[in-house]
Design a protein around this ligand. Structure first.
Ligand code: SAH
Length: 540
């Protein structure tokens, strides 16, 4: 019998709505002379089927005979479409069909033609309805123990939990199988917070679609069934406006003036923000040779390599442990606004906190910037404050930079500096801003070269606004007022700050803002005199 070559089309038709079927899947359904599928699936694609197609519907548990029948029909020379919901390669028909073919020693060269047509699997369709819960490394686990021993499934849940994968649980529960989902929850609670966001999506993109956002502790309070996919977030997943969002990476930091926050896009991919990465440059210098792991491994290899020694090192199985993600805590410390003297007790406390993994950077602004991996920022700030250090936020905030008031001899202006520190130090603004304060007319601490400068002279304050502190065209601040009464200075500065905060564009430096708005609190901006280009008389 000279047959035309038969064809097996293994078709994933997506979650269920016609909008989410691929063009190739539609054509493959159309092309098929025979369609085989589980009754519910045939019903879902009914609108795409033709009268002249032979439809073979079977029950859910008859997958193996369905695969065998599909191969048999294709071997008769027919074009056979095997339909699977979602993707046929994810707990679907693709593997089964290949298993039947393998048994028959099928080969691509002279056997029936096989084409697997990809579809949108439940992990993707359900995730899209929840927000963006997958995003990062994720896995799918089927809780059905019909074809897989429960012990193995439990080990996989355990491993995924420990390694902080986002998890999509397929086949979570059926009429008879109800304990598996409870066990899965129990295992995962050993590794993740009860508050871990969990999404329950039933019948995604089908008529009875339901979407529930809950958490690991409460997930069993809701209905979960055969048509539900359960998506469990990882350690950094959060809920925002009813949506589950997993960030693209683990880069997080703490700052003093805000809750835990993700790094802004421009801060990502910087080596200093990724203390956990296996950087190639400098790795041996900083981390590797002194890391506890390196030392432990070296010790072990020496023990094992000792000739004649009877030391045996038993293999200790690693105890399961919850995944703890440390964040980077960034802040600054200073002994005071006027006080520039740091004590040895303060330095010791700082050194202990920074340890080997943090960094300290001495800055020209009379403060030390600290960056340290931790998950308990409040413990650190508590210890430092106990020693009398001021702990300040870093970033786009107001810093007060005062002189030392001639070592405490000219203290008249000091209370105002301290008041400003108390009211405005660390306040978030569109761009970092420094207020320089000089206690006398000498102005030796350079107040007039800061964004805002105050110079105390003859019992009153002179005010300077809008220095450009860097660049080839750097310039000092513009003197806008002389002789402001001390009683008024704090309030004046507060008003200036309020306007800058409310009307400044993000990242707009104060001098640019002053130039743009032209007037703040009655102080007018004046353009700097135009520079004259002078030809060099001689030389180059
Ligand atoms: N091949 C399919 C999975 C079949 S296993 C796919 O790739 O999506 C059956 C399980 O898939 C169900 O128990 C449920 O957990 C999940 N599932 C399939 N379609 C779904 C849908 N429309 N909405 C929610 N979950 C679905």
């Amino acid at each position: 019998m000279e047959n035309k070559r038969g064809k097996l089309l293994i078709i994933g038709f997506g979650p269920g709505s016609f909008d989410h079927i691929t063009e190739r899947a539609r054509k493959a359904i159309e092309e098929s002379e025979v369609i085989l599928g589980y009754t519910t699936y045939v019903d879902l694609v009914r609108g795409l089927l033709r009268e002249d197609q032979q439809i073979v519907q079977t029950g859910m548990t008859e997958e193996v005979s369905r695969a065998q029948e599909a191969v048999r029909q294709a071997e008769l020379g027919k074009v056979v479409g095997v339909i699977s919901s979602g993707d046929a390669g994810v707990y679907g028909m693709a593997g089964l069909v290949y298993e039947v073919l393998m048994e028959k020693n099928w080969s691509e060269r002279d056997g029936v033609t096989v084409e697997v047509i990809p579809g949108i699997s439940a992990i993707n369709s359900c995730a899209s309805l929840l927000g963006a819960p997958v995003m990062h490394d994720a896995c799918t686990i089927s809780l059905s123990d019909h074809l897989t021993p429960w012990e193995l499934i439990a080990r996989r849940i355990e491993a995924a939990g420990e390694a902080d994968f986002v998890i999509a649980l397929y086949n979570p529960k059926s009429g008879r199988r109800t304990r598996q989902i409870e066990e899965a929850q129990r295992i995962l609670l050993q590794y993740r917070s009860p508050r871990t966001p969990v999404g329950l999506v039933k019948s995604a993109y089908r008529d009875r679609q339901s979407v529930i956002v809950t958490d690991l502790e409460h997930m069993l309070d809701h209905e979960i069934g055969m048509l539900t996919t359960v998506i469990i977030g990882n350690n950094s997943t959060s809920v925002y406006d009813g949506k589950i969002i997993t960030p693209r990476g683990y880069q997080r930091k703490y700052t003093l003036d805000a809750e835990k926050q993700t790094l802004a896009p421009h801060q990502r991919l910087r080596e200093e923000n990724e203390p956990w990465a296996l950087h190639t440059v400098g790795a041996d210098k900083k981390n590797e040779k002194s890391s506890p792991r390196f030392l432990a491994e070296e010790a072990l290899s020496r023990l094992q390599g000792t000739k004649g020694a009877s030391v045996s090192v038993p293999a200790v199985p690693a105890a399961p442990r919850a995944f703890v993600q440390e964040s980077i805590f960034e802040f600054a410390v200073s002994p005071g606004v006027a006080n520039k003297k740091i004590t040895s007790a303060q330095l010791i406390a700082l050194a202990e906190i920074v340890g080997e993994n943090g960094t300290m950077e001495y800055t020209p602004h009379h403060q030390i910037n600290v960056s340290v991996p931790t998950d308990c920022p409040e413990v650190i700030t508590g210890k430092l404050r106990e020693t009398g250090l001021i702990v300040l936020p870093v970033g786009d905030v107001v810093s007060i930079k005062a002189c030392d008031f001639c070592n405490g001899e000219k203290t008249d202006a000091m209370p105002y500096a301290e008041k400003l520190q108390e009211l405005m130090g660390g306040m978030s603004v569109p761009k970092e801003l420094k207020i320089g304060i000089n206690g006398c007319g000498m102005s030796c601490y350079g107040a007039v070269t800061e964004d805002i400068g105050l110079v105390y002279r003859k019992g009153k304050f002179d005010l300077f606004l809008g220095a450009k502190t860097t660049g080839r065209n750097a310039h000092v601040a513009q003197p806008v007022a002389e002789g402001i009464e001390p009683d008024e200075i704090v309030e004046t500065l507060e008003k200036i700050m309020r306007k800058y905060k409310a009307e400044g564009h993000p990242n707009e430096r104060f001098y640019k803002f002053f130039k743009r708005v032209k007037e703040i609190e009655g102080f007018r901006h004046e353009d700097a005199p135009v520079q004259v280009l002078v030809e060099a008389v001689c030389g180059d």
